[in-house]
Design a protein around this ligand. Structure first.
Ligand SMILES: [Zn+2]
Length: 383
């Protein structure tokens, strides 16, 4: 059920021999140990096999009702079995899971939530704007319960291709090669139901039962968490902060050593500015933060410093983009500029969407002009 994605900015993808490059902590394989990373907060690592990511951290918050889990890994039986086993190893049967928190709508975060709800009746907690990847243009009231179970490798590959073709809305920055107008939502729904009939097994997509608003609170694991809407990596990204102990669950918004991908798949203009705002928002808690618990990699403390470093990365990339656009010297398509920014092996929709986000940032700042052609956008520097 996953259109493949990579959390890293495409320019951070490996360009040389994986055997010789140092491994970042986000790439390390999942450990089978369960660690207490903050008082009353356990960390389980679930295996994932995405480029550049070796595990996802699933945090377990225990209270008198049972446990809440945060980001329960990929869809599919394997992850669910590992999660069940790890929970059992600390004396928690799956039926004691009363809540699954999903920080954002990427499959390594929401994947297990529907299955957990099916097993234990757990609430599924997300930000108000949570929605599935292929519903990027839809309001967050999607109600598709059952879609094909993609446990079987062959079915997974077939369905992934079909999903990618059918459900990926054509983005305004797409090169003509992506072809065709966006498939309208009712047609996508219909296709989804047809797929559901074609594949005999069913995966349960998460339908949130609790949608948090920014600054809303939720009590989990004997802590009162403040919800922080942090759009940028995705439009629906949610961090949770416990101001009493200074614990921040940062999801993919702030990771210890890699920079999260910034997509153009957000409703608002200038997604990069929104990401910067979201970095400022969490950095403002800096002095009060004692422990940052990211979705990948190890806990860290210097939230403000890390947020600043990620910002600087993008500021540098904007300079590279300005130079590329100046070098071309005429209106250019997004993918054309992308080719100047990213290595050959990093080319593709991920690179294009991040380039688009950067171009929109320059446009809103008055540094670039957008020309809306019939078959996609072109950008040219102004002045
Ligand atoms: Zn993500």
């Amino acid at each position: 059920m996953t259109i493949p994605h990579d959390h890293r900015s495409p320019d951070e993808r490996p360009t040389h021999d994986p055997a010789t490059r140092p491994r970042r902590q986000e790439q390390e394989p999942a450990t089978d140990e369960v660690d207490e990373v903050a008082p009353g907060v356990l960390r389980i690592q679930l295996p994932i096999d995405m480029p550049g990511l070796g595990h996802v951290n699933c945090y377990v918050l225990e209270d008198e009702r049972g446990v809440a889990v945060v980001d329960p890994g990929l869809p599919g039986r394997r992850t669910f079995d590992v999660l069940t086993e790890r929970l059992r190893s600390v004396g928690v049967p799956m039926r004691r899971v009363h809540t699954a928190v999903v920080t954002h709508s990427h499959p390594d975060h929401y994947g297990g939530a529907g299955r957990i709800r099916h097993a234990s009746g757990a609430d599924i907690v997300t930000h108000r704007r949570f929605r599935m990847m292929w519903d990027a243009t839809e309001p967050p009231d999607v109600d598709i319960e059952d879609v094909p179970d993609l446990v079987d490798e062959h079915a997974r590959a077939a369905a992934r291709d079909e999903l990618a073709a059918r459900f990926r809305p054509r983005m305004p920055w797409d090169p003509p090669a992506w072809g065709g107008p966006g498939v309208p939502i009712p047609a996508r729904r219909k296709a989804m139901m047809r797929l559901a009939r074609r594949f005999p097994r069913f995966v349960r997509l998460p339908t949130p039962t609790v949608r948090l608003d920014d600054a809303g609170t939720i009590r989990l694991g004997r802590r009162d968490w403040v919800a922080l809407h942090t759009p940028g990596h995705t439009d629906d990204h949610l961090c949770l902060f416990d101001p009493t102990d200074g614990v921040m669950l940062s999801g993919d918004h702030v990771l210890p050593t890699i920079t999260p991908h910034i997509g153009g798949h957000v409703r608002d203009l200038d997604p990069l500015a929104r990401f910067f705002d979201s970095l400022d928002k969490v950095a403002a808690y800096g002095p009060d933060v004692t422990t940052v618990l990211p979705a990948h990699g190890r806990p860290f403390t210097d939230l403000a410093g890390r947020a600043e470093a990620i910002k600087e990365h993008h500021v540098d990339r904007l300079d590279v983009l300005r130079a590329a656009a100046a070098g071309i010297g005429r209106p250019a398509r997004v993918h054309e500029l992308s080719e100047h920014l990213f290595s050959a092996r990093a080319q593709g929709p991920m690179a294009d969407s991040e380039t688009f986000a950067h171009l929109e940032h320059l446009r809103v700042a008055g540094e670039a002009e957008r020309l809306e052609r019939d078959d996609g956008f072109e950008y040219v520097l102004t002045g």
